[in-house]
Design a protein around this ligand. Structure first.
Ligand SMILES: *Cc1c(COP(=O)(O)O)cnc(C)c1O
Length: 389
């Protein structure tokens, strides 16, 4: 349902483009591995509930998130598929996860002990994924402790093995030697664990590759891959461009005011831009709270009437000003595109990220809550519940 706010700024999430991106991923990995769609951080700003339902109808076998809260939110929204929390679940959160049938990663023996204690009295065990740190240097057991953790899971009535995972450090995946070294370490652990019979169990998934791993052609794919950014139509790294990935998100707004300026008049905080000629400046009701990065001040552009127009003056919390002096036909209410396509022109998230010196992930995640998400699809999900949007 559209709210009143959607007349100010809205994001159009093209779920069919996401489904098409998942088909590209499927082509890359072949028919075997399961696809875990990574929907953390509100599905990289795209809206986790709608994205999860639609991805499950488009070939994903499960959804991965970072926190227990994110997983429970998806369960409550009717997602019945396999849900995996990739981040640590604390001892006191574990019973909630177990009751909701949410699986989660275990990054250390210490946490495993706390969780095992909390889940032992429950009617069913916690389904856990042993997380091995093969080189990211963040979460996970060191390789030489992995077997101990797997043995502890096997011996604990409150725990049941659901998977073994590791996470790559290189943003360009297999283009870096470090990624191959990580998988070699991972493989050594897997074969030792397998020889000891530690990987046996119901629906145990071994998984390691993210978008960069897949797009760089890294192998093996193991039982499942974890796909985030590629599903949303972006490449994790410029060297991994895949032309068939389609952007999923567009962000649009509309002109709420037109200012007529005389030569020499300044615009915005600090008066960083002054009109060099009599000018028309359009005011857009979106600022850095909505995801228009402050560093785009005097630097970025938006699309209006199919034309690229420059952002002038500083972006503020709530407003962005653009010079439309040379664009005829701009009126109150004229739509403007901050991200996406308008006629022959297109602004990609990757372009914005490069302009302000960040990564596409951060640009997508920074789109604020005042921007109403709307969903576009020709094909409602068949296998899952109707979209709750
Ligand atoms: C975010 C995340 C992913 C997905 O990464 P992309 O680069 O977006 O594909 C996969 N695995 C883990 C553990 C993550 O945290």
């Amino acid at each position: 349902m559209r709210s009143v706010d959607s007349s100010r700024a809205w994001a159009e999430v093209d779920l069919d483009a996401m489904a098409s991106n998942l088909r590209v991923v499927r082509e890359r990995i072949g028919p075997g591995p399961a696809i875990l769609l990574v929907a953390k951080a509100n599905a990289y700003g795209h809206g986790a509930i709608a994205v999860a339902h639609h991805a499950l109808g488009a070939g994903a076998a499960g959804i991965a998130v970072t926190s227990c809260t994110e997983a429970l939110e998806l369960r409550r929204a009717g997602v019945r598929a396999r849900l995996v929390v990739l981040g640590p679940v604390l001892g006191e959160e574990a019973p909630f996860a177990v009751r909701a049938g949410v699986e989660f990663a275990l990054p250390s023996l210490e946490l495993a002990q706390a969780v095992a204690q909390a889940t032992e009295p429950l009617a069913r065990p916690a389904r856990v994924h042993v997380k091995v740190d093969t080189g990211l240097g963040r979460l996970g057991v060191p390789p030489d402790r992995a077997l101990d953790l797997l043995r502890f899971v096997r011996a604990s009535p409150g725990l049941e093995l659901a998977g073994v995972l590791t996470h790559l450090a290189a943003p360009d995946g297999g283009l870096s030697r470090s990624a191959k070294r990580q998988l070699a370490r991972f493989d050594r652990i897997l074969s030792e664990a397998s020889a000891e019979g530690l990987l046996r169990g119901r629906d145990v998934w071994v998984h390691a590759l993210n978008s960069a791993g897949i797009l760089s052609g890294l192998e093996p794919h193991y039982d499942a891959v974890r796909v985030g950014i590629a599903a949303f139509g972006m490449s994790p790294d410029a060297r991994l461009a895949e032309q068939r990935l389609r952007p999923v998100l567009s962000v649009r707004t509309r002109v709420v005011h037109l200012a007529s300026l005389r030569r020499g008049d300044g615009v915005g905080y600090g008066g960083t831009w002054t009109a060099a000629r009599p000018s028309r400046v359009a005011v857009l009701p979106v600022g850095y709270d909505d995801g228009v990065n402050w560093r785009l001040s005097g630097k970025g552009s938006v699309l209006l009437a199919g034309r690229r127009v420059p952002i002038v003056g500083r972006v503020s919390m709530d407003y962005t000003t653009v010079d439309v002096t040379d664009v005829p036909g701009v009126e109150l209410g004229t739509h403007a595109t901050l991200i996406g396509r308008d006629g022959a022109e297109e602004i990609r998230i990757e372009e914005l990220a490069a302009l302000v010196g960040t990564i596409p992930y951060e640009v997508a995640c920074s789109i604020g809550n005042r921007v109403t998400r709307t969903y576009v699809t020709q094909r409602p999900s068949l296998r899952e519940a109707p979209l709750a949007v």
